[in-house]
Design a protein around this ligand. Structure first.
Ligand SMILES: Nc1nc2c(c(=O)[nH]1)N[C@H]1C(S)=C(S)[C@@H](COP(=O)(O)O)O[C@H]1N2
Ligand SMILES: [Mo]
Length: 326
């Protein structure tokens, strides 16, 4: 088991089977109403089923089995917050831009080319990716380098499952993720804010760590476009920008890949970018964070945890100076 206990000591949420968006929402609403004394206990199930029924059938549900080994105890961010406060520069730099403009992204048909230092290069469509391994639900914290964080119930499986299938050669030392860059579908591509396509990378052992998730959905549904549909990576112990969205290519390479943020500002964004409260960003402290949804006037900031609380990954970096390799 990787994450045994919440560093904040909060009890785990009860995840029974699939956890659709409406259940997360109503659980939250229920807790809120319970706190202000306006609801009697026992109404939760009733509310959940009513909201689930009312929810549009237009969204594609994804059945996934909760994997309790990967559930953080923090309360999930609301679906609304997670889908309206985004970084996806291909659609603009404002947090509201992706929700406004990502509707033009055509997520089917979609293929991901897996190439480079592998014995079995292949191009997979989304249906093949959905069938490649059993879908799991994992509730991960994700912390943006800008100092805010969310807690999202992702749907997907360990990237290691895919890596096993393509059989990396002995030369494969790193994995590069290349996002789609199509000016016709992505209005932000016209802006020189980053070099396009958006590229990110991991060392092969980081990519193979079971926490590294190939995500095809969240909140029991396929990924909304603004969150990186139809397929993205989620690396919960690293700053959010390592989790590349709308991936078109996965390349296995010998040398450490260049990454979009490192190209844009090498002094500020290193290749590793592990969440580390002890290494400040040159322009701000990384010691604490604001949890989206808790940002009222009196909301307290949370202390940022080393590796975002995912301490099991520490062994990947034994003997490395994480101030130097930031
Ligand atoms: N292709 C692409 N992937 C991207 C980004 C981006 O601009 N383009 N932004 C990154 C950043 S900075 C963060 S914090 C996360 C945000 O993911 P979310 O909007 O699903 O919370 O996506 C990352 N992945
Ligand atoms: Mo970010």
């Amino acid at each position: 088991m990787l994450i045994k206990r919440s560093p904040n000591g909060i009890d785990p949420p009860l995840v029974s089977d699939i956890t659709p968006r409406a259940v997360f929402e109503s659980r939250r609403a229920f807790i809120r109403q319970l706190a202000i004394g306006s609801i009697a206990g026992g109404a939760l199930l009733e509310m959940a089923s009513r909201e689930a029924f009312a929810q549009s059938a237009a969204v594609q549900k994804l059945a996934a089995k909760p994997n309790p080994a990967y559930v953080v105890m923090d309360k999930p961010t609301t679906y609304k917050d997670a889908t309206t406060y985004n970084n996806f520069y291909e659609f603009g730099t404002d947090k509201a831009d992706p929700a406004k403009y990502a509707g033009t992204l055509k997520t089917r048909p979609w293929t991901v080319a897996i190439e480079g230092e592998v014995k079995k290069p292949m191009t997979l469509d989304i249906d093949s990716l959905l069938k490649l391994a059993p879908l799991e639900e994992r509730i991960y914290r994700l912390r943006c380098v800008e100092g805010w964080s969310m807690v999202i119930p992702w749907v997907g499986y360990s990237l290691a499952e895919l890596i096993r299938k393509v059989e990396p050669t002995g030369n494969a030392k790193y994995v590069e993720f290349v996002s789609l860059a199509d000016k016709k579908q992505m209005p932000g591509i016209g802006s020189p804010v980053l070099e396009w396509p958006y590229v990110e990378g991991l060392r092969l052992d980081e990519a193979n760590h079971p926490l590294t998730l190939l995500s095809l959905g969240m909140y029991g549904e396929v990924l909304p476009n603004q969150n990186g549909a139809p397929v993205r990576i989620v690396v919960p112990w690293k700053y959010g920008f390592k989790s590349a969205k709308s991936i078109a290519k996965i390349r296995f390479v010998k040398d450490q890949p260049r990454t979009a943020w490192n190209i844009a500002a090498a002094r500020e964004y290193g290749f590793y970018s592990n969440v580390n409260p002890g290494v400040d960003h040159p322009r701000w402290s990384q010691a604490s964070e604001r949890r989206i949804g808790e940002d009222g006037l009196f909301a307290k900031k949370r202390k940022t945890l080393m590796f975002n609380g995912y301490s099991d990954v520490a062994s990947l970096y034994s003997g490395m100076d994480l101030k130097k390799f930031f």
